[in-house]
Design a protein. Structure first.
Length: 174
């Protein structure tokens, strides 16, 4: 838990330093505010939201938002071509500091893991993207969504062996 909290502080520092919103910085926004404004916020805010939810023991909600953030961040990077940019570096840091603990939790139940990806795909499809135009970059969006759909299919195909792999690696299955 200490590691998660220190990671959370790092995430907030990175996200707000690079992309603090003019109206209100991420660290001063409540979970409810982050959720309400998620469609218009930089994808890093969704990782902040996921970290907060995980620290409260709300693993499924954390995974939902982490995958929504990942989907939107990958889309942004696909459009910007952000290799080595601040966005690329921040995405890598967030993936390690937030994505890893969220995935360690959610992969403990394959059905919940798949549900998180489904939720993210549905939420993204139903909500406009205030950071990257879905209309202007439809091809990049389709490619990015396809990547998450392929990951989902791969997990579905491996659903019977994932719990065994987790046990062999000392990870909990729920």
């Amino acid at each position: 838990m200490k590691r998660l909290l220190s990671c959370f502080l790092i995430v907030i520092t990175l996200a707000t330093a690079a992309y603090g919103q003019a109206a209100k910085p991420f660290e001063s926004m409540s979970i409810e505010e982050l959720q309400e404004q998620a469609r218009d916020l930089h994808p890093s805010a969704l990782y902040v939201l996921a970290a907060r939810l995980l620290s409260q023991g709300r693993g499924q909600a954390a995974a939902n938002w982490m995958y929504a953030g990942q989907l939107r961040y990958r889309f942004l990077l696909e459009v910007k071509g952000a290799n080595g940019s601040d966005d690329g570096i921040l995405f890598s840091a967030l993936s390690e500091q937030v994505g890893r603990p969220v995935n360690e939790y959610i992969a403990g139940d394959v059905d919940e893991w798949l549900a998180a990806m489904d939720w993210a795909l549905e939420w993204d499809a139903a909500n406009c993207n205030g950071t990257t135009s879905k209309t202007d970059h439809a091809a990049e969006l389709a490619k990015t969504r396809s990547g998450l759909e392929k990951l989902r299919a791969s997990i579905e195909e491996r659903r019977d062996i994932i719990p065994q792999e987790r046990l062999a690696n000392g990870l909990e299955n729920r």
